[in-house]
Ligand binder design. Structure first.
Ligand code: SAM
Length: 186
């Protein structure tokens, strides 16, 4: 799919995509940095988009690890299916509200790491709340939730949900972005 088609699709679905550009290589690097790939055997990705984070995760993942990636946009799912051929990837063209259901389907109770770029700030409140509930329910004790956002205003909310939260800023992205690194209580 041409870049222009990709941008048009993002523009048409601004309320679910949340931006008209995908993450830069600098931002992707910062998003995957908190993940311990020696330990991770089950990683969940929320909002795969064009697959920029998906590919970076697969590049670093252990050969026995599994990546369950959620994406609700059919066109973006098509792109990933065409571009990524890796048996470790289970691409779920469905809502990130269903993490638990799909973890069970692939034989996992909980995820070691959850990496999210779904626009929690612009999604309808109920959907955002459902996703946050699923994340806290399905993340292992001591596991890490990495969330990309363009707003630093989610800090207080995440501090209530997780035992520790760090906030990193990436300037080299359009728009500049924040990466929340949230640890589930042990
Ligand atoms: C900001 S884009 C991020 C795309 C890509 N991961 C990146 O970093 O550039 C957010 C993505 O989340 C997807 N999305 C929005 N709501 C979703 C939901 N409920 N479940 C799964 N994906 C969702 C959108 O379709 C979009 O592709």
């Amino acid at each position: 799919m041409k870049q222009i088609t990709l941008l048009t699709e993002a523009f048409k679905n601004l309320k679910t995509v949340g931006t008209i550009t995908f993450s830069s290589k600098f931002l992707v690097k910062n998003i995957v940095a908190p993940i311990d790939f020696n330990k991770a055997r089950c990683i969940v990705e929320l909002g795969a988009g064009d697959g920029c984070i998906t590919k970076a995760l697969l590049e670093k993942m252990h050969p026995d690890a599994v990546l369950i990636s959620f994406e609700i946009n059919d066109k973006f799912c098509e792109i990933i299916k065409k571009e990524v051929n890796d048996k470790r990837l289970h691409l779920i063209c469905d809502s990130a509200e269903k993490i638990g259901e799909y973890l069970n389907l692939y034989g996992f109770e909980k995820a070691d790491f959850i990496v999210s770029s779904v626009p929690l700030v612009v999604l309808p409140k109920e959907i955002a709340r459902n996703i946050e509930k699923e994340v806290t329910k399905t993340l292992k004790s001591g596991g890490i939730f990495v969330h990309l956002s363009y707003s630093p205003l989610q800090l207080k909310k995440f501090e209530k949900l997780f035992s520790s939260v760090k906030l990193h800023f990436t300037l080299l992205n359009m728009p500049p972005a924040f990466v929340y690194i949230c640890r589930q209580a042990a």
